[in-house]
Design a protein around this ligand. Structure first.
Ligand code: SF4
Length: 397
């Protein structure tokens, strides 16, 4: 059994980026029933294309159905999951027992129990197994040591979060966003209210604490624990972040792929933990914590600041086409000019750094600069492929 690397697919393009950078599986949301109302949720046609793209490259596709639903919404579910099964979706991710029951009685698709269901102990996991779940995604409060026992004693696939944003509340139980922003966290509307600045008001003794960000958590980073996940026989490592950028996705998936591969192959020099850690700090991020993975987590996991730390790199765009005949076509997200140094992130191994000494527009006319949201052509480089992400040292002004 090998450790699965599971990446977020915020849209079809990100699905392809995740798979090409080495994800064994991706998870995505359809237009209904998921928890990211503002993500670029997939249409049925996009799910079909995503499944075909992933399966051709031996990657799996899971669809999130982890919202808590009312009866009028559940009625529409059998038709949707039947489509998913016909398209070859590998599993659905569910938290609501009514949704679980409806999926079970409508089709034979595998069901993974979402972290929203807060599975923290063997009794809960055994119950889900007895109901027919294929896998449980443990709550982020569970340590690797506890997960190892659950895996051994319950005999069901276990998935754990290894990277990305953390909630200050048990997943599936937070209503801060409902009360402060009128947006329901458990039905896809989380406004990230825990990241806001608050003060505590002690009415009885008239004290008021200074304002701070005391409910905002640091981000989870378990890359240095990959060998422990493997030793504990954890089945799948999950990266959070369907709303995050393609630069985040490419960097995190490539880093975890290298860390997992270094456990099982002596082929070539593996990147050092320091190199991987440096990569995971190369984009905007909050401070990192291992969260509950190594045991209980407390005040050291609070990120008492408003903004994330800037990384050294910003995204420039992605390679849309790479051919010896027509060169490299780059979809530009941030402007470029002649003389700029860019870095093309290969799917594996060292990135390619180049200085732009020739730039062409789409009619092959030489140009000296290009604005965002346009296509740029540059000379062909053999090691570069479609879906490579391109970055540049510097920060957005
Ligand atoms: S408000 Fe914060 S703690 Fe609550 S669900 Fe959203 S991210 Fe999680």
């Amino acid at each position: 059994m090998s450790l699965e690397l599971l990446a977020p697919a915020g849209d079809l393009e990100k699905l392809k980026v995740g798979v090409m950078y080495g994800a064994d599986a991706v998870y995505l949301g359809g237009e209904n029933f998921g928890l990211r109302a503002r993500a670029g949720n997939f249409t049925l046609e996009e799910i079909k294309e995503g499944v075909e793209f992933a399966h051709l490259r031996n990657a799996k596709v899971y669809v999130v159905l982890n919202s808590f639903l009312f009866d009028n919404e559940i009625q529409k579910l059998p038709e949707f999951v039947t489509y998913l099964e016909q398209m070859g979706v590998d599993a659905v991710i569910v938290s609501d027992m009514g949704v679980f029951q409806t999926v079970k009685s409508s089709c034979n698709i595998d069901i993974h129990v979402s972290t929203q269901a807060s599975c923290l102990n063997e009794s809960t996991v055994s119950l889900w197994k007895s109901l027919g779940a294929k896998r449980v995604i443990l709550g982020r409060e569970v340590s690797i040591t506890e997960a190892k026992k659950i895996r051994q004693n319950c005999g069901i696939e276990v998935e754990m979060f290894s990277h990305g944003s953390l909630c200050m509340a048990y997943s599936g139980h937070c209503v801060i966003s409902n009360y402060t922003g009128g947006r329901d966290s458990n039905r896809g509307g989380c406004a990230h209210s825990c990241r806001f600045e608050y003060s505590l008001d002690f009415k009885n003794n008239q004290k008021q604490s200074k304002k701070s960000f005391f409910m905002s958590s640091k981000d989870l980073n378990g890359i240095e624990l990959v060998d422990q996940f493997e030793d504990a026989s954890i089945d799948s490592l999950k990266i959070e972040g369907r709303m995050k950028t393609a630069l985040y996705l490419a960097t995190v998936v490539k880093s975890y792929r290298a860390a997992i591969d270094s456990l099982k192959t002596a082929e070539g020099p593996a990147p050092s933990p320091q190199e991987l850690d440096h990569e995971l700090r190369s984009f905007s991020h909050r401070d990192y914590t291992a969260g509950g993975l190594s045991g209980e987590f407390g005040s050291e996991s609070v990120y008492d600041r408003e903004h994330g730390l800037c990384g050294d790199y910003m995204i420039i765009g992605s390679i849309k086409n790479a051919s010896a005949q027509s060169g490299l076509v780059l979809e530009v997200r941030n402007g470029l000019k002649l003389g700029d140094k860019i870095e093309i992130m290969t799917f594996k191994g060292k990135n390619i750094e180049i200085e732009l000494d020739q730039m062409f527009d789409f009619a092959d006319v030489p140009i000296e600069s290009i604005n965002p949201n346009q296509l740029l052509k540059i000379p062909y480089i053999e090691e570069v492929n479609t879906h490579n992400i391109v970055r540049k040292m510097g920060r957005l002004s």
